[in-house]
Design a protein around this ligand. Structure first.
Ligand code: GLU
Length: 382
């Protein structure tokens, strides 16, 4: 069975605490039929990414298009076969592409940075750590890193391969919360939608199995290269197996903010639950919160800035009936949900200890218990 029954709920829960997003865009999304770069298409993409950035998400773009844009500049109508020619195209196209991104983002007040990688950068620990730190610093400074393979110098032996794979590598090393692959199709279908009108869109894929991979191979008559979808599924498998969920959706006219807010767009690929980081695992699949803990203004501020555990002293009020270990929402006094976590105490106990110092817990409950109502490892502030 490919389609999960509670798609919307899974999507909402999974996307509730997204922060770091890796978005991969293919050449076809950026260029017209003549391979000339399209300002309209690029501006649309940049507008969408800027909306995400404005909302506070950390946005990392993995872009193709260097070879395609270079080809149109040099007058090639088909992709050159010789490596030096392809690399010459990339050298020309990459700068043109970055110029366009930089200009378009600047109009929206955003700064971008270019990062060109090769397969070796992921294999060498020192280089890998350097890139991670550099990208981390850029994100802290709210810059949008734009990543491509360093096509001009990479040879077969040191190549990542394709940019789908590159985006999975990037998502993995950045421990991204979501990988979005923008393609020229709406998502994954049960058959090739271009050849079979009865093809059905698949909204959720719990795991990329051999059966799912076969869907990419069975595409008779498709003008889109078979390798295209296969490469995407392999990349998505890499990301999801490492614990990062992924969405495959159409790049033209994509509504990325709607998507990350949980709207059912494209195909969602669920992460392997065993591989999600300890702190995120429970968040990813948690269904309903059983209660709410209300904090005063100072408490909200402390949770947001210090990322500390939630102590009973900071809790003003408690609603709902929950047991030890249940998930609860953390709310401001006005009821805005600011986070989520697993309570170490039941609702009845929280009522007794709220507003008090942790040192008084044993006396108030007649039993010993942890100092914090929600330990920081069991807590996510949105
Ligand atoms: N890095 C290549 C480019 O910028 C694209 C590779 C790919 O799309 O997989 O043209």
């Amino acid at each position: 069975m490919l389609i999960s029954p509670s798609v919307d709920e899974i999507r909402k829960d999974l996307f509730q605490s997204l922060h770091r997003l890796v978005i991969k865009v293919g050449t076809k999304i950026l260029v017209g039929d003549d391979n000339a770069p399209s300002w309209d298409q690029l501006n649309h993409l940049v507008a969408q990414l800027s909306l995400l950035h404005d909302e506070g998400y950390a946005v990392v773009l993995v872009t193709s298009g260097a070879v395609g844009v270079g080809m149109s500049t040099l007058g090639y109508t088909t992709r050159p076969k010789e490596l030096p020619e392809k690399q010459a195209c990339a050298a020309i196209g990459q700068i043109r592409l970055m110029h366009m991104y930089s200009e378009s983002f600047a109009k929206r007040g955003k700064t971008v940075a270019q990062i060109l990688l090769s397969g070796d950068d992921f294999r060498d620990r020192t280089r890998f750590n350097n890139i991670r730190k550099t990208v981390g610093t850029l994100l802290e400074k709210r810059v949008i890193p734009i990543i491509n393979e360093n096509d001009t110098i990479t040879t077969e032996e040191i190549k990542v391969g394709d940019n789908d794979k590159l985006s999975a590598d990037v998502a993995q090393f950045l421990e991204a919360d979501l990988l979005i692959i923008l393609s020229d199709e709406d998502g994954l279908f049960t058959k090739n939608p271009k050849s079979f009108p009865d093809a059905e869109a698949i909204s959720v894929v719990p795991r990329i199995t051999a059966e799912i991979l076969k869907l990419a191979e069975e595409k008779p008559g498709s003008k889109v290269s078979v390798g295209g979808m296969k490469a995407k599924l392999l990349a998505i498998r890499q990301a999801t197996e490492a614990g990062t969920p992924a969405v495959l959706t159409r790049g033209h006219g994509a509504r990325l903010l709607d998507l990350v807010k949980g709207k059912s767009l494209g195909t969602l690929f669920l992460p392997n639950p065993d591989k999600i980081g300890r702190n995120k695992r429970w968040l990813a699949f948690v269904s309903k919160a059983r209660g709410q803990l209300f904090l005063d203004e100072g408490g909200v501020k402390a949770m947001r800035t210090r990322k500390s555990s939630l102590l009973p002293a900071g809790i003003r009020d408690c609603k709902g009936t929950f047991k030890t270990g249940d998930f609860v929402e953390i709310c401001s006094q006005d009821g805005d949900v600011i986070g989520r976590g697993r309570s170490a105490y039941s609702s009845a106990e929280v009522h007794l200890i709220r507003g008090h110092k942790s040192g008084r817990i044993a006396e108030l409950l007649n039993r010993k218990g942890p100092d914090e109502v929600i330990h920081r490892d069991q807590l996510v502030i949105f």
